[in-house]
Design a protein around this ligand. Structure first.
Ligand code: PA5
Length: 468
């Protein structure tokens, strides 16, 4: 039997948490909206407006190409360095951390199964990039420049720095073997450069946006380069895709997740905390934060009406944040929902020794496992939230593996798209991000951004009194 992740939303409901919960009647009340959203999902998929939904099925050739390339090159490379940001960085980090050893890079190559180390450059920070060069020998690294647009300043600046460094140490031809690009098949600078320089290239399907691209070569190449079974990831996504086709919302975890989140937003709960009870899932929250925030945080609905929508994602970690944020979650305002991510079976088991039996406050720990401790603390937090009347739900992975991670990522993607339909917004654009990108270009005087520069120059000057 296939391993299925499970959504438990009992504690979202009034039956359990009372006044600040959701009644089944609240779901019935928006029946028409739900039906319209379901229809829109079907129509958009059929009309090629949700190409990311085909990814579990249409990539056999791409997957073979990736695996072939990895096998051909992995022995020659000590490290694989992803140059990318946002949708091009968060997925690779989340999947690597979920599936592989937490100290993967510190293991010997043999213990890594012969695969290179993984680094994701992500941010532009002169210190971090400089210090990366202290730890790697660039002539033994493969750099994966990932950019759909091919114009993202952060990624392209890293690429330009690294290209020059490689070409200072190696012949142009040799240097090219250390660069692989993932970008749009036709548009943008990166495909143009790749063709001119002869770089190996993988493609992001044109209809798939950054934050929905983890199951394209954006995520599949770095994963395969670290020995992760990408076929199983896609199988997990396909499994969740079938569940997401279920008409009955009580059998469709992605739709139900979206519906509950939507109703919670309508009730004023504008914060969504994701709290995994497993270090392996810690960075799933980072990936999810982008997906949820960038997709649903919108000024206008699809009719052009200003609605200022969205739910702020907050990242937490169980049990660590029991000693930090949970006090606020249990006793603070009713402005959030809390999503716990749990794991039934960890890859390892550690038993706490039976010592200090004479000290009751320690003795009870003797003989139990850390596995039991983390799970029990998760249940205890769930209880504390319930007692506080705080809306929470739990998603449980039977195990963290490629199949369940594929399911989880895909479930959140469908949930995000479905929430977008319920909210009547475009979940796939990011005009607010573009604004910041364009302002950066204008400040640097990039040709074509003169009007934006004039707009920026006209902004009010800062007042000294307000800077202390
Ligand atoms: O979701 C998105 O579209 C963004 O977060 C992008 O992934 C991010 O801005 C990077 O863009 P690009 O892949 O074009 O470099």
């Amino acid at each position: 039997m296939k391993m299925k992740i499970k959504l438990d939303f009992n504690n979202m409901m009034t039956d359990f948490i009372g006044e600040y919960g959701i009644a089944e009647g609240d779901i019935t009340k928006i029946y028409d909206k739900i039906e319209a959203a379901k229809k829109a999902m079907v129509t958009k998929r059929a009309n090629g407006k949700m190409d990311w939904r085909d990814l579990p099925y249409n990539q056999n050739e791409v997957v073979e190409d990736i695996i072939g390339y990895v096998n051909e090159i992995k022995d020659d490379m000590d490290a694989f360095v992803v140059l990318g940001i946002g949708g091009s960085a968060l997925g690779p980090i989340a999947v690597q951390q979920a599936i592989n050893h937490p100290y993967y890079n510190e293991l010997t190559k043999e213990k890594r199964g012969g695969y290179p180390k993984l680094y994701v450059a992500d941010n532009v920070d002169p210190e971090r990039l400089t210090y990366l060069f202290d730890t790697i020998d660039i002539t033994k690294c493969l750099f994966n420049c990932v950019s759909k647009s091919g114009s993202t300043s952060e990624t392209m600046s890293q690429f330009m720095i690294i290209k020059e460094m490689l070409e200072m140490k190696l012949s142009k031809e040799e240097a090219a073997k250390h660069i692989v690009c993932t970008t749009d098949r036709e548009n943008g600078n990166l495909i143009k450069i790749s063709k001119e320089e002869g770089y190996k290239t993988f493609f992001i399907p044109s209809g798939v946006g950054g934050r929905f691209s983890e199951l394209t070569p954006v995520g599949l190449l770095p994963a395969a380069m670290c020995g992760i079974d990408i076929k199983a990831m896609l199988e997990g996504a396909a499994f969740m895709d079938e569940l997401s086709e279920e008409e009955d919302i009580y059998k469709n975890p992605a739709y139900m997740y979206a519906i509950l989140s939507y109703i919670a937003m309508e009730q004023g709960r504008n914060i969504s905390v994701m709290m995994p009870y497993a270090d392996s899932l810690k960075f799933i929250s980072d990936w999810y934060a982008q997906l949820w925030a960038e997709s649903l945080g919108k000024k206008f609905d699809t009719d052009g009406k200003a609605i200022f929508s969205g739910q702020t994602p907050v990242k937490a970690l169980g049990v660590t944040d029991q000693h930090s944020q949970v006090q606020l979650y249990t006793e603070g305002p009713f402005d959030k929902i809390i999503v716990l991510l749990g794991v039934d079976k960890f890859k390892e088991t550690i038993t706490i020794p039976k010592i200090y039996g004479e000290i009751p406050s320690l003795g009870f720990l003797g003989g139990i496992t850390q596995n039991q401790l983390i799970k029990t603390e998760q249940m205890a937090t769930e209880y504390a939230l319930l007692k506080g009347g705080k809306a929470n739900m739990t998603i449980t992975l039977p195990e963290v593996n490629e199949f369940t991670i594929g399911q989880l990522l895909y479930m959140f993607e469908v949930a995000t798209a479905f929430a977008g339909e319920l909210m009547n917004i475009n979940a796939f654009d990011q005009p607010g991000v573009e604004e910041g990108k364009n302002a950066t270009y204008a400040m640097f005087g990039r040709p074509g951004y003169e009007e934006k520069k004039a707009e920026l120059d006209a902004r009010p000057s800062k007042i000294d009194k307000f800077m202390i």
